[in-house]
Design a protein around this ligand. Structure first.
Ligand SMILES: [Zn+2]
Length: 316
């Protein structure tokens, strides 16, 4: 319950401008390290989950939480690998996922090999920060510090990389949680980092102010399911690191995709039948899922979710 409340509190800040949460106190936050598979770790603190891939080539991160946690995060990463951070992939532009770039990117190095001293700003030119191009646009518009900006952007559906002995695919998911979402697939380790198109904690947050849409979220969840493979009759198989919440597998994503699709279809059929937004809300199309995913307060309430879905299913 404590964690649940923390997520709501910080989530509120996550959609405010990034300066609005700058005075928050992160002193009591501890960064927990969860081994996932084959040199891949999940870091949980405050804000979005971080994926750390380690190996002979160095460190690759997916997302960086908040700037205020950057030193604590770097200390944990240094325990996992003596080699610098070479790449940071950002899943989207919300401050609970990209804020830490400002601390972590300058301390990394794009120079290959293990002989580059860590924690020296002159050790290299900083880590390369990779994101879909709209993430850079959003971060520039919202006055993020220059050192946190993506240094390599792309606008195609799929960017591939090879790092630490494995192929990594960065897959753009158009107009889902935002306009710049990517999921990151570690092909050899069989791990997927989803960003906020999948969480285990709440109804999908559809940030319409940044181009998010219900149909984009469902398409992204289906893309995750295209990649994941279950292990027969038990937990495991492809491991899924969600934007927020606990480590998951294909069955968790199936359950979530089904929930979101059922609610979308219910709201569409009510809207197609002529119901106003208020009538749809009164019909409680999410009722059977609210005990698990519903919120009556915070930055993303059940009511806001219904409104965003209602907007998104408009016949055209
Ligand atoms: Zn987000």
């Amino acid at each position: 319950m404590k964690r649940y409340l923390k997520i709501i509190t910080l989530g509120t800040l996550a959609i405010a401008s990034q300066s609005a949460w700058a005075q928050q106190n992160f002193d009591s936050v501890e960064i927990e390290v969860l081994p996932v598979r084959d040199g891949i770790y999940m870091l949980v603190g405050e804000g979005g989950n971080i994926t750390v891939q380690t190996g002979p080539d160095g460190v690759l991160l997916v997302d960086t939480q908040y700037a205020e946690l950057g030193e604590k995060i770097l200390a944990k990463i240094t325990e996992l690998s003596p080699i610098p951070i070479r790449y940071i992939v950002n899943t989207h532009s919300h401050p609970d996922h990209v804020g830490g770039n400002a601390v972590l990117a300058p301390r990394g190095s794009t120079i290959t090999g293990g002989n580059v001293a860590r924690l020296q700003e002159d050790a290299g030119e900083g880590a390369q920060v990779i994101a879909f191009e709209s993430v850079l646009n959003n971060m520039v518009a919202e006055d993020y510090p220059v050192e946190s900006w993506p240094s390599e952007t792309f606008f195609v559906d799929r960017k591939d990389m090879y790092f630490n002995g494995e192929g990594i695919e960065v897959l753009h998911q158009p107009n889902a949680h935002t306009d710049g979402d990517v999921i990151v697939w570690f092909r050899k380790s069989d791990v997927v980092s989803t960003g906020d198109v999948f969480t285990t904690t709440m109804y999908p947050f559809i940030d319409q102010s940044k181009g998010g849409s219900i149909n984009g979220v469902i398409a992204a969840l289906n893309t995750i399911l295209d990649i994941t493979i279950p292990r027969a009759k038990q937990e495991g198989g492809t491991l899924v690191i969600p934007g927020h919440g606990r480590l998951a597998d294909e069955a968790d994503v199936v359950e979530y995709r089904d929930m979101v699709t059922i609610i979308r279809d219910r709201i569409k059929s009510l809207r197609d039948g002529g119901m106003s937004l208020e009538e749809v809300k009164a019909a409680a199309p999410t009722r059977d899922y609210d005990s698990r995913y519903g919120r009556t307060e915070g930055f993303w309430t059940t009511e806001m979710f219904i409104e965003a879905v209602y907007d998104g299913v408009q016949a055209n």
